[in-house]
Design a binder for this molecule. Structure first.
Ligand SMILES: NC(=O)c1ccc[n+]([C@@H]2O[C@H](COP(=O)([O-])OP(=O)(O)OC[C@H]3O[C@@H](n4cnc5c(N)ncnc54)[C@H](O)[C@@H]3O)[C@@H](O)[C@H]2O)c1
Ligand SMILES: [Zn+2]
Ligand SMILES: [Zn+2]
Length: 360
């Protein structure tokens, strides 16, 4: 089968092969045929070494498809079901799962991330974060797929699989944005646009998008941002909206760089909330002084996979989409064949796209 593989960390090069194999589903596992995969910045970060991922690996962790085979003992899904891939599958049994923090479950995640389900010419090949949606077929534990109604297009399902759950969830679940509040979102890519939509759904009064790319600032307005500014214009916008003392009730960092994480902290008001969604490198640090951390009483919150439980969150997002409150079609910048995956990353590096969908 065809799959998009990166062979060397640090190179940002993706190779398409047509002779990749995937293992048969073992007990509790399913095989799915992918129909759509979204291109998330985390895939690029795996290639360039920002996020830890051994090579060679099939890229992709956003995807939706159809179950075509089930292993022994599979009872949650059946052949023919349409599903979204959940890159951090909840085991359903551990303290995190039982305590309402299913996104933090590592029981299955660490296991699948360290085992190679793909191979090529006998050489084992990992899947990014234990998944690997840039392949025609993949094998996952049944907890790694969530059933969706058959009338939900695969590309809509793919978006929900990472970027939308991450961004909307950051606003609704991590920050719990209150109606009437002021919000700033750094980075208007797929995740940032989803955070803007989450803030809009939560009833924020002002939503400012910050990005370096002009087209992104225009895009952001379509999804509920009330203003779009370049980084150096934020000070003025902040004072206009929040008064001379400045400060947003909530700030969301959806880029993953030290300078924008620091800027997101600075943009929150005293007592406000700064949410870090961007996935940055473990080798880079952000500085805070010991006085501001207590005196400003800002809540600095990490947000992982939208602080969401995929078992219920995916269907909530589908209901929001069906009711017209969450615009997912508008987030698709283009559709392209898997063989064009390199072009998708080149466009992402220029900051020109919200989400690109790979088809098979
Ligand atoms: N926390 C999680 O669970 C989680 C899940 C998915 C993705 N992520 C991370 O979220 C981040 C965003 O992902 P994405 O797919 O939306 O990326 P993207 O590349 O589509 O969007 C990033 C946006 O940030 C803008 N940008 C870059 N540098 C900037 C700067 N210095 N100032 C202002 N704007 C700048 C770009 O122009 C672009 O519009 C990535 O770090 C990704 O790895 C985190
Ligand atoms: Zn668990
Ligand atoms: Zn992602």
């Amino acid at each position: 089968m065809r799959a998009a593989i990166f062979n060397e960390v640090g190179k940002e090069v993706i190779d398409i092969y047509d002779d990749v194999e995937v293992a048969d589903p073992g007990p509790g596992e399913v095989r799915l045929k992918l129909h759509a995969a979204g291109v998330c910045h985390s895939d690029l970060s795996a290639m360039n070494g920002t996020l830890p991922q051994p090579a060679p690996a099939v890229l992709g962790h956003e995807g939706a498809g159809e179950i075509i085979q089930v292993g022994e003992g599979v009872d949650q899904v059946a052949v023919g079901d349409h599903v979204i891939v959940a890159w951090n599958p909840p085991c359903g049994k551990c303290a995190a799962c039982l305590g309402g923090e299913a996104n933090l479950c590592v029981e299955i995640f660490f296991n699948i991330a360290g085992s190679a389900k793909f191979s090529r010419g006998g050489e084992p090949i990992f899947g990014f974060a234990g998944t690997g949606t840039f392949a025609e077929e993949m094998v996952l534990p049944q907890q790694g797929v969530v059933k969706i109604p058959n009338d939900v297009p695969y590309e809509i399902g793919a978006l929900i699989g990472c970027g939308v759950t991450t961004g909307v969830g950051a606003a609704l679940n991590t920050a719990k944005v209150k109606p009437g509040s002021s919000v700033v979102v750094f980075g208007a890519g797929g995740v940032g646009i989803a955070a803007i939509q989450g803030a809009r759904i939560a009833g924020a009064a002002e939503i400012v998008a910050v990005d370096m790319v002009d087209s992104k600032l225009k895009d952001a307005l379509r999804f509920g941002a009330t203003m779009g500014v370049k980084p150096d214009e934020l000070g003025t916008a902040n004072a206009e909206i929040n008064g001379p003392a400045g400060g947003f009730d909530y700030s969301f960092e959806c880029i993953g760089l030290p300078e924008t994480i620091r800027a997101a902290y600075d943009a929150a008001r005293r007592g406000g909330t700064a949410v870090i969604v961007g996935a940055g490198s473990g080798a880079k640090n952000v500085e805070f002084n010991c006085f501001e951390l207590f005196f400003m009483e800002k809540k600095l919150l990490g947000s992982y996979y939208g602080s969401a439980d995929v078992r219920t969150e995916f269907s909530r997002l589908i209901r929001l989409w069906k009711s017209g409150r969450l615009d997912l079609e508008g987030m698709i910048s283009s559709r392209m064949d898997l063989s064009k995956a390199q072009d998708a990353f080149d466009a992402m590096k220029k900051g020109e796209i919200i989400r690109q969908i790979l088809t098979f």
